[in-house]
Design a protein around this ligand. Structure first.
Ligand code: URA
Length: 198
């Protein structure tokens, strides 16, 4: 088994048994993450919703449909990227993540990022953008997602240089065609970088 596969399996096993915060009591399945272990890009969402909680798969509801459409618009099948979340367990009624939950759960995402060693981290929505910018020492770049979506921030990860691209959360485009257009434009930036990485 390749190192990355072994590491991701270890993270999966730990997540399934996790009792580090109370969310394990109310969730159905943890949503560990899914996709290509050699992905050049990781998409980071906030937390599983109802559909994800039932299936254990990230972004499999309406927001996931939008994400698939956005990926298709730049010629990327879902299988070519990796999709994860800050929280692996669903907060009841989809409430916002709490600080203690992020603190308990985020190390799993951090380990996933370090195992996959992506070139790009695309942060979906405000929570993910704040978390990822902070993680890579870019606190001073944090602004509302309406200000920083589609911008590209360079950071130094332990495994090399990465680009961080904050994006609107796909859920905002479920019923809003303008937002989908904005997201599509921002995805073109990703397309460019992926083409240059080939
Ligand atoms: N929203 C998220 O942030 N993550 C999911 O997995 C689904 C919806």
């Amino acid at each position: 088994m390749k190192t990355v596969d072994r590491k991701l399996k270890q993270i999966r096993d730990k997540t399934i048994d996790c009792r580090k915060c109370p969310l394990y009591r109310t969730r159905t399945l943890p949503v560990v993450g899914q996709g290509n272990h050699a992905a050049k890009i990781i998409f980071v969402g906030e937390a599983p919703g109802q559909n994800e909680d039932k299936t254990g798969r990230p972004f499999c509801g309406q927001a996931g449909g939008v994400l698939d459409e956005l990926l298709a618009s730049i010629g990327q099948p879902r299988e070519s990227v990796y999709i994860g979340n800050i929280l692996k367990c669903r907060p009841p009624q989809n409430r916002n993540p709490l600080e203690n939950e992020i603190e308990a759960c985020a190390p799993y995402l951090e380990e996933q990022i370090e195992a996959i060693r992506p070139k790009i981290i695309a942060a979906l929505g405000n929570y993910a953008a704040v978390f990822i910018l902070k993680k890579y020492g870019l606190e001073d770049k944090i602004e509302g997602i309406s200000k920083i979506h589609g911008k590209v921030f360079e950071a130094a990860a332990p495994f090399g240089g990465i680009k961080i691209i904050p994006l609107y959360h796909p859920a905002v485009a479920v019923y809003n065609a303008n937002m989908k257009e904005t997201l599509k434009k921002d995805f073109l930036i990703i397309k460019n970088f992926l083409n240059n990485e080939k």
